[in-house]
Ligand binder design. Structure first.
Ligand code: BEZ
Ligand code: FE
Length: 288
């Protein structure tokens, strides 16, 4: 095509892709190009502005390695990771949320009732609850993977003072779906903002804070896995999460318990936790 204009280039792009081997890939790429073209036309994007966008992507390379991925951070901060989660979310069961970058495949096993806190910095928290399937029944072999930051605000991967799997665990729930463990109360923290994604936040007048949360992945044989996270209802960043991960059904009261006798009976650290202790009750339902 030689007679391209701002209004015909989008059709030309689609036409050039008519032999794409995968119809779905063609649909996605033609759609992406169409939205980008419309964005350029509507905003009359200048050479300097487009150059700055390319420069940000180029600089993102320097901030990306096996521990950090600036491209995923852009996706998170733009709300795209959260939107991909929401458009694919089940309509039943506990809401899902974003995975984030700190999940470790194959984290150490924690016995049901086990302790992750071990007297470390921060306030101890007892998490207990029950996991059921879409029909409300416990699913045999349900495994709960959990990970969170330490009381100092850092994930193990960000802090050489912590063991590499600190506050990462996998727990097999009891036959009746119940589970309990002690940990530290997670704290709100900032996502890394020293790279080009952080520059984007500053250009938007936004901050980098996430409200405190506990991440979880629930897997049960024969069921869809659930990737989610839970937030204390008193966190001041709930309505301004930098990565748009908060869902109403994931916000919970964290309560102070003064009576040791009311803690779950199977808590390994039940007799040694300093009272009062924070408690959170999680009742989860797997998607249909
Ligand atoms: C997190 O929840 O751990 C997280 C999510 C997105 C970006 C950075 C951190
Ligand atoms: Fe997180």
């Amino acid at each position: 095509m030689r007679d391209l204009t701002p209004s015909t280039i989008t059709n030309a792009f689609a036409e050039y892709a008519r032999n794409a081997p995968s119809a779905r890939t063609r649909e996605l790429l033609v759609g992406l190009a169409g939205h980008l073209h419309a964005f350029v036309r509507e905003n009359k994007v200048t050479q300097a502005e487009w150059g700055a966008a390319i420069d940000a992507l180029t600089r993102a390379m320097k901030f990306t390695d096996d521990k950090r991925n600036e491209y995923i951070l852009f996706s998170d901060l733009l709300g795209v990771s959260s939107l991909v989660d929401m458009v694919n979310a089940a309509t039943t069961g506990t809401p899902s949320s974003v995975l984030g970058p700190f999940h470790i495949e194959g984290a150490p096993e924690l016995p049901n009732g086990g302790d992750l806190w071990k007297g470390q910095v921060g306030e101890p928290l007892v998490v207990s609850g029950r996991i059921v399937d879409a029909q409300g029944k416990p699913a045999a072999g349900t495994v709960l993977a959990t990970w969170q930051n330490s009381g100092n605000g850092l994930y193990a991967q960000q802090d050489p003072e912590q063991s590499p799997t600190n506050y990462h665990a996998r727990l097999t729930v009891a036959d009746d779906g119940t589970f309990a463990f002690s940990t530290v109360r997670p704290v709100s923290y900032t996502v890394p903002d020293d790279g080009p994604a952080g520059d984007m936040l500053r250009a938007l007048g936004r901050h980098a804070w996430r409200p405190a949360h506990l991440h979880m992945i629930i897997k049960a044989p024969g069921h869809q896995p659930l990737i989610t996270e839970f937030f204390p209802e008193d966190d001041k960043y709930l309505d301004q999460d930098a990565v748009f991960g908060v869902r109403a059904g994931l916000v919970l009261p964290f309560k102070r318990e003064t009576d040791r006798a009311r803690l779950p009976a199977n808590l390994v650290a039940g007799n040694s936790l300093p009272m009062p202790v924070w408690t959170a009750r999680l009742d989860l339902r797997l998607p249909a």
